[in-house]
Design a protein around this ligand. Structure first.
Ligand code: CA2
Length: 146
C-alpha cells in the first residue's frame, strides 16, 4: 500500500508563526510524524509540499498508477481551487482532506472546501493527529476495497 501526502502553500512555514492556530512544531516535524505513522502501519509514503496550485495538480495527476490513495492538506487552495478538485476527480483515487485547524470555527471563507467534494472524508482541528487519522482511514478503506 502506497500513499501520497500533499501539503499546500505556506505549510512549510509551520512553527514559525501563528503557533496558537497551527501549533509549535515545524514542517520537518510534521513530515517525520507522517513517516513514523506510515512505517508503523507498513505503508509506503511519499510526501510533497508546494506553494503552487499547478504543481499540486501535477503531483495529483502523477499519483495515478503510483499511489493507492492521497492525503491532502490543500491549505489556502482548499477554499478556492476547482483545479485541485478536478485533479482529484480525474485520478479517482481515494483521498482524505486534512486541516490542522478547525476551519469550520474560523472565518466564513474557510468554511467552503472544493477538494473535499472529491474526498471520502475531511478531518479538521486535530493538528498532526489529523494526518494519522487520515492515513488509518485510507488504510481501512483500501483494505475493504481489496
Ligand atoms: O488548518 C489548516 O491546515 C489549513 O489548511 C492551513 C492553511 C489555511 O489557509 C487553511 O484555511 C487551513 C494555512 C497554512 C499556512 O500555515 C501557516 C503556518 C505558519 C505561519 C503562517 C501560516
Amino acid at each position: 500500500m502506497k500513499l501520497y501526502v500533499l501539503n499546500g502553500p505556506n505549510l512549510n512555514m509551520l512553527g514559525i508563526r501563528e503557533p496558537s492556530i497551527y501549533g509549535k512544531q515545524d514542517f520537518n516535524a510534521l513530515i517525520q510524524y507522517i513517516k513514523d505513522v506510515c512505517a508503523r502501519e507498513d505503508i509506503e509514503v511519499e510526501c510533497f509540499q508546494s506553494n503552487h496550485e499547478g504543481v499540486l495538480v501535477d503531483i495529483i495527476q502523477s499519483a495515478l498508477g503510483k499511489a493507492d490513495g492521497i492525503v491532502i492538506n490543500p491549505a489556502a487552495y482548499t477554499h478556492t481551487s476547482v483545479a485541485i478538485l478536478d485533479a482529484l476527480k480525474a485520478v479517482a483515487l481515494p483521498a482524505v482532506e486534512v486541516h490542522l485547524s478547525d476551519v469550520s470555527q474560523r472565518e466564513n471563507f474557510r468554511h467552503i472546501s472544493y477538494p473535499a467534494m472529491a474526498c471520502i472524508a475531511q478531518i479538521k482541528g486535530k493538528g498532526f493527529q489529523g494526518y494519522e487519522e487520515a492515513i488509518l482511514l485510507l488504510k481501512e478503506h483500501l483494505k475493504e476495497q481489496a
